[in-house]
Design a protein around this ligand. Structure first.
Ligand code: MRU
Length: 351
């Protein structure tokens, strides 16, 4: 893959007093613009408004947000208090993707282990940790691609939902990493892209990323997936995840659960591609995954146009949970989890 095709969703600029640069994903595909975040408030807002989005990318952005939040602290005791304050604050930005909390816990643990050193040393340690979270994600995405590509054959049709690409991660993505790697291996795929109502991450972001790499992509409305499957055009479904429980139940963008049922009805394998940072082994099943509810205007006034009568009641859950029984395998950077059971997950992710 040439450097020109690399999408750098998140960049850190400078040293411990530096700032983060993010691609503003709300503007894609018609405008490519980067924004600078120089305060923890700006990072919080960018996560909340989905300027930066996708489970791994949220975690990376939040880790850098901690570095920004402690930047002016030169007093040891004040710094320790500030780490707690800023991690607690960033944790309120979005509830479902566990990568956010995973990254913030890592930052807190790093601050704790560096305790006793000078404030500047602790701030250095925090920046090193944030960069490590960023770099590890890059590596995990490439490994997911290598394991996942083995599941696909040249000429197959695949379907994906939402955006689990380079934009949603440090680089390359999870589900899209599988397609990119298959392409690098010389396999030509036909990718069907669910537009992904209501915020259109599929049409705005996934179709854009696939076009950047000249992958054959066909956009469909979410409601067309069953028909496309019935016509025999899809041989595998691969999506990302925001949180995977100890039993394999997987939260992902709203609409993923129904896709998994459709895949089962049409005897098409349904895969989740996700790094170990997306597993939450502290919860037994998907029932315990908090599902984010977003504003009614995302449905009634999508992208500024009113499409529903004034005052209509709206329910807008941003995620749903696919039961483990519908998932053929989970593709991780440590290999495939198949079958998706408590035991297999513990064996691959447990330590
Ligand atoms: O609301 P979003 O756009 O952050 O939702 C993102 C998803 O559901 C992705 O599929 C998931 O985070 C995996 S990203 C590798």
């Amino acid at each position: 893959m040439s450097d020109a095709k690399k999408i750098e969703t998140i960049r850190w600029i400078g040293g411990t007093n530096g700032h983060v640069v993010l691609i503003d994903q709300t503007l894609l595909p018609t405008e490519f613009k980067e924004i600078e975040c120089r305060t923890a408030d700006e990072v919080w807002e960018a996560i909340k408004q989905l300027r930066v989005r996708g489970a791994p990318a949220i975690g990376i952005a939040a880790a850098y947000g901690v570095c920004i939040g402690v930047a002016s602290q030169n007093d040891d005791a004040a710094l320790a208090r500030r780490v707690t304050e800023v991690t607690d604050y960033l944790a309120t930005s979005r509830p479902t993707a566990v990568n956010l909390f995973w990254a913030l816990e890592r930052m807190k643990a790093k601050a704790e282990s560096a305790r006793g050193g000078s404030a500047i040393d602790i701030r250095e340690a925090l920046l090193t940790e944030a960069k490590a979270i960023h770099e590890e994600d890059r590596e995990m995405c490439h490994a997911i691609g290598r394991y996942g590509a083995q599941l696909l054959q040249d000429g197959q049709g695949v379907l994906t939902h939402c955006n689990a690409g380079g934009l949603a991660t440090a680089e390359y993505g999870t589900a899209l990493s599988v397609f990119f790697t298959a392409q690098d291996e010389g396999k030509n795929l036909r990718v069907f892209v669910d537009e992904t109502r209501p915020l259109l991450q599929g049409s705005r972001l996934t179709a854009w990323e696939l076009a950047q790499r000249n992958i054959d992509a066909t956009l469909i409305c979410d409601s067309m997936a069953a028909q496309v499957m019935r016509e025999g055009k899809v041989q595998a479904v691969i999506t990302g995840a925001d949180r995977i429980a100890a039993n394999g139940d997987s939260a992902n963008k709203i609409g993923t659960y129904s896709l998994s049922i459709l895949a089962r009805a049409h005897e098409i394998p349904f895969y989740i591609a996700a790094p170990s940072s997306t597993f939450d082994l502290s919860i037994a099943s998907g029932d315990e995954i908090p599902i984010e509810e977003r504003s009614p205007e995302e449905i009634t006034h999508g992208f500024g146009k009113q499409t529903a009568p004034n005052g209509v009641k709206v329910y807008n859950p941003a995620f749903d949970v696919t039961p483990a029984e519908y998932i053929k395998a989970i593709i991780t950077e440590r290999g495939l989890i198949e079958p998706v059971t408590v035991e297999q997950i513990a064996a691959v992710i447990g330590q």
